[in-house]
Design a protein around this ligand. Structure first.
Ligand code: 5GP
Ligand code: MG
Length: 182
């Protein structure tokens, strides 16, 4: 059943599950030659559901950590200012790292995170984003794993929120503009 605040479903549970399995298989291949388990870094909060499903679909042994950043507040547009709210606890020097993010939009958040992690001299840093809005990019960011390219609309569900709502929806839908223009 479609939530009243949504105008449409963009990605169903089934479509997400299928694509997550494909991403996991791509990661398994990419990690096959690695000597030690990669560290998956989930970017909170939006990626929590994605990373949980992704590592269950992964055959590769991996370590998991999280970082939390904030650039949005309760708005639907990025402020351009990134703040670290929680850093990872692991030392990543010499390690293979994969950053797991919900959505790549302007790229400002991920550019900041990738630069920060690269400065700690990991062996490699790859990026996996479930969603990508290429039309919105303001700074260049390269993602090795992309789930879906989507149009420039504000989406919620499957971990993604608007003002902390809708994270628990098992699908991804487009929010009615009236909800955030009130
Ligand atoms: P960027 O720095 O690339 O502009 O922003 C990335 C972050 O903005 C994402 O991690 C996500 O938290 C948020 N974001 C961007 N687009 C959307 C969207 O359509 N829906 C939701 N819920 N968050 C978004
Ligand atoms: Mg986010």
């Amino acid at each position: 059943m479609l939530h009243d605040d949504l105008k449409s479903v963009l990605l169903t549970e089934e479509e997400i599950r299928t694509r997550v399995a494909e991403l996991a298989a791509m990661m398994d291949s990419a990690c096959a030659a690695a000597e030690q388990p990669p560290l998956m870094i989930g970017v909170l909060k939006g990626s929590f559901m994605f990373i949980a499903d992704l590592i269950r679909a992964l055959k590769t042994e991996c370590a998991v950590d999280f970082m939390a950043v904030s650039s949005y507040g309760a708005k639907s547009e990025t402020s351009g200012q990134v703040r670290i709210l929680k850093d990872i606890g692991e030392n990543i020097e010499g390690r293979d790292v994969i950053v797991i993010e919900d959505i790549l939009d302007s790229g400002i958040t991920l550019r900041y995170i990738l630069d920060l992690l690269n400065a700690r001299r990991p062996k490699s840093v790859k990026l996996c984003a479930l969603l990508d809005k290429p039309a919105r990019r303001k700074v260049p960011v390269e993602a090795q794993f992309i789930g879906f390219s989507i149009p420039d609309e504000f989406v919620v569900g499957y971990g993604l929120d608007y003002a902390e709502k809708y994270r628990g929806l098992p699908y991804i839908g487009v929010l009615k503009p009236s909800v955030y223009m009130e």
